[in-house]
Design a protein around this ligand. Structure first.
Ligand SMILES: [Zn+2]
Length: 238
């Protein structure tokens, strides 16, 4: 039985209650969860599951792409059993940083495409930093410095994000809605659309900030050449 992914509907949900569907060893599957699994280029959440006075650390969260079950990997020796109710508590500092970096990544990718014709070929958002891969023949650092500066400026305009669901056919007719061919959304009836008005719009399942003014300043950490036309940009926010 699939897990209801609460994080798709509310990125700011920090605590929730759920029923244990399945518990084996250190793996727990709940009927619903706010813990974002490692998927879509965004890192997993950590935090706790509590039952009464008992509190167990959630070390890592994964998704079974076939069954849509979200698997919480918890610390060893937890007394959690099928049918019991637990409360989930996210490590909010970590999650919020992922949200800031993720929304910043969308803005940066949009600017790299708009101003430098650079297509994004991959990316990963981790709590320490985010990285984006671009198809770009030029290697000048100035391009990335300018793009990061522009992205910070866009973010400072306090743009309210719009997150909504659209019928799959309708969504796929919108230009640019799927930026990464290999991230073509799975065969679902509805797609979740993340829109940063006037900047970016795409089908996306990850957590984002509500307003771009929550991102702060975007900082270029380093640029790597990963082969012909492949540039990797590392950045952080503060
Ligand atoms: Zn995204």
């Amino acid at each position: 039985m699939s897990t209801k992914p609460l994080y798709l509907y509310d990125s700011y949900l920090k605590e929730f209650e759920a029923k244990i569907q399945h518990a084996t060893g250190n793996q727990v599957i709940l009927d619903q969860t706010a813990f974002h699994p490692l998927t879509g280029g965004v890192a997993y959440d950590t935090g706790y599951l509590t039952k009464g006075n008992l509190k167990y650390k959630v070390m890592r969260v994964e998704i079974n792409k076939d069954t849509k079950e979200i698997i919480h990997i918890i610390e060893e020796g937890a007394d959690l059993n099928q049918g019991e109710f637990v409360k989930g508590i996210l490590d909010w500092e970590r999650r919020f940083k992922l949200m800031q970096l993720h929304t910043a990544a969308h803005i940066l990718a949009a600017i790299m495409y708009r101003d430098y014709n650079a297509l994004i070929t991959g990316g990963q958002v981790d709590p320490e930093h985010a990285k984006l891969d671009f198809n770009l023949p030029r290697t000048d650092r100035e391009i990335f410095e300018a793009a990061v500066e522009k992205a910070t400026k866009e973010a400072s305009k306090s743009i309210q994000l719009k997150i909504y669901f659209l019928a799959r056919d309708e969504a796929l007719r919108m230009p640019g809605v799927v930026k990464l061919a290999e991230r073509m959304p799975p065969q679902e009836k509805e797609l979740r659309i993340v829109e940063i008005p006037s900047i970016d719009l795409q089908a996306d399942g990850g957590p984002h900030v509500k307003n771009t003014n929550e991102i702060g300043e975007i900082i270029l950490l380093k640029i790597e050449n990963k082969g012909k036309n492949q540039r990797r940009l590392y950045f952080d926010v503060k």
